[in-house]
Design a protein around this ligand. Structure first.
Ligand code: PLP
Length: 396
């Protein structure tokens, strides 16, 4: 017998993964060339050469016992210091190694921080649509996830709606900017409004409300769009970062948490998060990858590649008559389905071998997510399928 909690997860297993599996099944029947799998946020741009060079050089240059050994649960001090300095340079902050904890990607960082902060029944607010794993991450620690919807056409958080959702049990608000699945980037004005609401509610209830900034897509922005660094706007901010997308290393599982010295109960939060890292079974972030990201800290992924896909797909789909949000960040296109039931739309799209993820997977029906982190050739090859889909669903 499995636990009741896992029973629930089994029932609601990720639709994103299900679509990905479906794409693989279709590819085995029709050939990978003839299936257009836009399901998973798996970067197709290779990791920068400097990353692979760093892996080789570290193995040649550093002591193998040290490289493959355990270290402090929070990660190597020199790695944390290097990353802290890079953040300080770019965002004018003042972090040191004592503010960073290396994590097993963003997913583990979020689990560590929820384990650290949540008591049973504590509430975490997320702005929907949101990365649906948040539900699991919060219920893992007996928290309750509350949604504040950000409706179209702009999909921006609304400070008044946030204020209405906050209760004395609110421990945290999680924000993902640039956003998966909409591709929207929340601007400074919205962040300032949210910070003001959080400050006021902390005062009103005499509580601490932590703002958790989930930032795997920070580096993936188009044009001169800026992603505000949230610690500068709200004191009780904790940042969760990942190199999964920014250096195309999702399978290597590497990221970090920033826990600023200014947050309430900093030392306890930091020390407890270190213990959470260990007792959740991560123990520490992968040793080799910590050393790699420190060496490759100034490297950037080829954002221009995603931009080419973004422009082509957005122009194609809007010219066919589909309504889409023009993404400013991440690598997802958010399309409004012509019929109310977006699952029906996904099923029809699948007939043309287009694998999309229904918006209900992000708690927002009536939309689908198209992950354009695929080869440009795949996008070019999919053109005909999109045209057939448009003919079928837009003319009925
Ligand atoms: N948060 C968001 C919004 C994501 O989209 C993802 C992955 O797609 C994650 C967290 C988890 O990222 P990681 O691979 O670093 O665990």
């Amino acid at each position: 017998m499995i636990s009741q909690k896992m029973e629930g997860f089994l029932q609601n297993n990720s639709a994103i993964r299900a679509m990905f599996e479906e794409g693989k099944r279709l590819a085995s029947i029709y050939g990978a060339q003839n299936v257009y799998d836009f399901s998973l946020g798996n970067p197709n741009v290779p990791a920068p050469k400097a990353v692979n060079d760093a892996i080789k050089n570290i193995l040649d240059e550093e002591d193998p016992v040290f490289v493959h050994g355990y270290m402090s649960n929070v990660g190597y001090e020199d790695v944390r210091q290097t990353i802290a300095e890079s953040i300080n340079e770019r965002f004018g902050t003042k972090f040191g190694s004592e503010n960073l904890i290396m994590t097993v990607g963003a997913a583990s960082g979020l689990n560590v921080i929820f384990k650290t902060l949540l008591n049973e029944g504590d509430e975490v607010i997320a702005f929907s649509p949101y990365f649906v794993e948040y539900n699991a991450y919060v219920t893992n620690y007996d928290g309750v996830l509350k949604e504040v919807p950000c409706p179209g056409p702009d999909f921006l958080p609304n400070a008044e709606k946030l204020a209405a959702a906050i209760t004395p049990k609110t421990r945290a608000v999680i924000m993902n900017n640039p956003n998966n699945p909409t591709g929207v980037v929340y601007p400074v004005k919205i962040i300032e409004e949210i910070a003001a609401v959080l400050e006021a509610k902390q005062k009103e209830y005499g509580t601490d409300i932590y703002l958790i900034s989930d930032e795997p897509y920070r580096e993936l922005v188009y044009g001169d769009v800026e992603v505000p660094y949230l610690t500068k706007y709200y004191r009780n901010t904790i940042v969760g970062y990942s190199f999964s997308k920014s250096l195309s290393l999702p399978g290597e599982r590497i990221g970090y948490l920033v826990i600023p010295s200014e947050i309430s109960d900093y030392q306890n939060v930091y020390d407890a998060a270190a213990i959470a890292t260990r007792i959740l079974g991560y123990v520490n972030a992968p040793s080799l990858m910590q050393r790699v990201v420190a060496r490759a800290i100034h490297e950037k992924t080829d954002v221009a590649y995603y931009d080419k896909n973004r422009k082509f797909l957005y122009e194609l789909l809007t010219s066919l008559g589909f309504e889409c949000v023009k993404p400013e960040g991440a690598f997802y296109l958010w399309l409004k389905t012509p019929m109310e039931d977006e699952k029906e739309f996904c099923a029809i799209a699948k007939e043309y071998h287009l694998i999309l993820v229904p918006g209900s997977s992000f708690k927002c029906s009536g939309y689908v997510r198209i992950a354009y982190c695929v080869s440009h050739e795949t996008i070019l090859r999919s053109e005909d399928a999109w045209k057939k889909l448009a003919q079928r669903v837009l003319t009925r």
